[in-house]
Structure formats: C-alpha cells, structure tokens
Design a protein around this ligand. Structure first.
Ligand SMILES: C[S@@+](CC[C@H](N)C(=O)[O-])C[C@H]1O[C@@H](n2cnc3c(N)ncnc32)[C@H](O)[C@@H]1O
Length: 396
C-alpha cells in the first residue's frame, strides 16, 4: 500500500484508520526509525534546492520528508519533529521557490507554452497536486469541489480573462456592426459572466449604463469578483426565470455552454430563447472538437501566475469531452501558492448539432469563425480557427 500515491493522510477519510494501523506496525518493526527521518537541516532554502538536480527533485524529496515526519509525529509525538515539519512546510511554500520553479518550467515548454518534455510534466503535475493538497490542509482553506471555479476566480483574469477579452470584444463589435444592432437602450444579460472583465469593458466601449447589464454565473467565486465591476448574481442557466423581463441581448462568451452537462445543452438553449425578447438575440462562442489545446499539455502565464493545463479527450456514448486538470501556481499577496483547481470538463458538440439546436429555438441563425469572422456555411462541419461565434435572433 503506497498511501503517498493515493492521497493525503493528513485528511480525514475512510482509509485513514487502516492506513495508520498499517503504519503503526511498520514503525514498531523498524530497527531505528530515526534513520529514516529527516534531520533538522540548517541549510537555507536556496542551498537546499541547489543540492538537488532541480526544483522538481527537490519538491519530490521535500514532500516525501514532510509525509514521513508527519506520520512519525502522529505515532510517536516527538516534540523535535514539530520544528522539522514546520521548516519543511515553510520551505515548500516559500516565495523564493517561484524563481526556481519558473526557470525550470520555462525550459520544458516552447514559446507558445506547449509542453516539450511530457515525462517531466507528468511528474511535476503529480507533485504539484500533492503539494496543493498539503498547502490546502496546512492553511485550512476550503475548496468546494461543487464549484470548480471558486478558487480559480481570483486568478482567472490574470491568465484567462485578460487574454480572452480581446477576441471577445472583437466578436461583439463585429456582430453589432454586421447586424446594425442598437445597444443604446438594450437590456443585456451576460450568462456565465465569470469575473465580469469583458462586460465592464463592453459597457464602457458602447457607452452604456451599469444598470443595462446583469451578469449571472453559477460560481459564487466568480460572482464575488464580478460584483466589484458589474451588477451580478449567482444563477444557473438551467434555472432561468426571467419571463416578466425578457432580454434584448443574451451574451455567452468563452464557451460557457460547453461547461454544462452535455444532456442539458438543449435545455440551456431553449431557456435562453425563452427569455430573449422578440427581435432580441443571442451572441455566444464555442470551440470545435478539433480545438488544438485539446490534446497538448500547456501553460498559460502572466507575471504572477502560471496555469498548468493537462487536457485529455474522452469519448462517452458517442459524445466527445475535453477533461482538463488545472493547477495554478502563483505568487500573490506575498505567498507562493499552489492550487489544484480540479478537472474541468467541456463538452465538444459537433457544429451541426449546435446549428440544429439553435435553429430549433431561434428564427435567424448564423455561424462565423471567431477569429477571421468569415461566415461558416451550412455544409461546414468545423471552423478554421477551431473557435466559432453564433448569432441567433428571434423574429420580430
Ligand atoms: C470559461 S468561463 C467564461 C467566463 C466569461 N464568460 C469569460 O468570457 O471570461 C465559464 C463560466 O461559465 C460559468 N458556468 C458554468 N456553468 C454554468 C451554469 N450552469 N450557469 C451559469 N454559469 C455557468 C462558470 O462558472 C464560468 O464562470
């Protein structure tokens, strides 16, 4: 039984009792357990890391030592071990780790952030997930797995929001110009608004009042960030109740609808059509099943955050999904933080399926490549940039 691979013994859980019985026997049968325990090493963090082949080997070793000390403390209550445990934990999450981590990681990815050394990546991400679990326990942070975007929300803008915002603004401007839309008195709903960064910009760009737009998102973490910028509230697209107040424009940017359970996609589109004013429209974007990030581990970075993404394409009952493990490594508020954001699943429906669903609930539907903004024709089954834009309008 190798608990280290299966999880964190610090956490409470069903395997905890049997695990500690097992370790108890192991400890009592050892000749001298102190031989196996780390000693109080006076080395500084920098000296300690440079004694190893690199950051990853140091990280692996430190986590192993931390587990050993923690177990021994649980079983034998040796007071000296507390200081060693404290020091190892301190080292693991010391801000000085950032430079070592950054330097090593950048050698393993190309200029576009795609991983060159997959073997290294596999080991690194496994260790970071263990470290994240330790940090989570040590700092007693609570992450609700129900809300996969909750901790991610704080870091989202710096690696994602600010990056998306440029192409999304271009998409909306394009639809506005092409269909001669008048936003000046429009009531706008942004579904899955995330941190509201795009919506804030949108209000400014079109000189609109704050009360013309409402952002909704299922994630409390996202809404907390968005509320600092726009009117926003927690709401699930699958439970929309806005009959009395239909919207002129419904926005849904950065493939929000692909985060829903795949069998709910039609219900979501139907709900949106239901709350859209006659003559009103939906503007949203999607990625195709051919999206290039689907199979390649990659890094998104900003000055203070690295987002490590490990995607996997899975097929279930003839439906394709992209399941991506997300790890954020950041140096915010004076901390070296490692957070495992869990696995985000995106449904990758075919273009024809979306075309069929939108046509079922809206009268006028048009698809465009999201980057070139060229129209996609009825016979197209993919989009050149692998991201596409949907404009769907209800008849007057
Ligand atoms: C990739 S983010 C896009 C955020 C934002 N629209 C943007 O352009 O950056 C997807 C968002 O969809 C939200 N979301 C997922 N399922 C949802 C649902 N059922 N109802 C409302 N929002 C949802 C997530 O919480 C997340 O904030």
């Amino acid at each position: 039984m190798d608990f280290r691979k299966s999880g964190n013994p610090f956490s409470k859980g069903p395997g905890r009792v049997s695990f500690f019985c097992f370790r108890l026997i192991e400890v009592f049968t050892m000749k001298n357990t102190n031989d196996n325990l780390p000693f109080d090493n006076p080395m500084s963090l920098e000296e300690s890391i440079s004694n190893f082949a690199g950051y990853l080997s140091w990280l692996q070793n430190t986590i192993e030592e931390l587990y050993k000390v923690h177990e021994a403390r649980q079983l034998r209550y040796e007071s000296g071990l507390k200081d060693i445990e404290h020091k190892l934990t301190h080292h693991l999450f010391d801000l000085k780790c950032w430079d070592f981590f950054e330097r090593e990681l950048l050698e393993k990815v190309d200029d576009a952030g795609y991983v060159i050394d997959r073997h290294y990546w596999q080991q690194l991400t496994a260790e970071l997930i263990r470290a994240a679990s330790l940090q989570h326990d040590v700092l007693a942070r609570t992450i609700s797995r129900e809300d996969v975007f909750s901790t991610y929300a704080e870091l989202y803008d710096s690696v994602n929001g600010e990056r998306n915002f440029e192409y999304i603004s271009q998409e909306i401007q394009f639809i506005h110009d092409t269909y001669h839309l008048d936003f000046s008195a429009a009531q706008i709903l942004s579904i899955g608004c995330g941190t509201g960064i795009m919506e804030e910009h949108f209000l400014k760009a079109f000189n609109l009042k704050k009360n013309q737009l409402l952002g909704i998102d299922v994630s409390e973490g996202m809404v907390k960030v968005a509320s600092k910028r726009i009117n926003a509230r927690v709401e699930d697209i699958l439970n929309l109740v806005h009959e009395d107040n239909p919207w002129d424009i419904c926005l849904c940017t950065a493939n929000v609808l692909q985060y829903l359970p795949h069998h709910s996609l039609e219900k979501a589109i139907q709900n949106v059509a239901h709350i859209t004013q006659t003559g009103g429209c939906f503007i949203g974007d999607f990625i195709t099943p051919e999206h290039p990030i689907r199979a390649y581990p990659n890094v998104l970075r900003s000055e203070k955050v690295f987002l490590l993404r490990t995607p996997l394409i899975v097929e279930k009952a003839h439906n394709l999904f992209q399941q991506t493990k997300l790890i954020n490594v950041s140096k915010l508020q004076g901390e070296f933080r490692i957070t495992y954001e869990g696995e985000h699943t995106r449904y990758l429906p075919s273009l024809w399926k979306l075309r069929y669903l939108f046509k079922k609930y809206f009268e006028h539907v048009k698809f465009f490549d999201a980057m070139t903004l060229e129209p996609l024709e009825a016979e197209d089954d993919t989009s050149p940039s692998s991201r596409y834009l949907v404009f769907a309008q209800k008849a007057d």
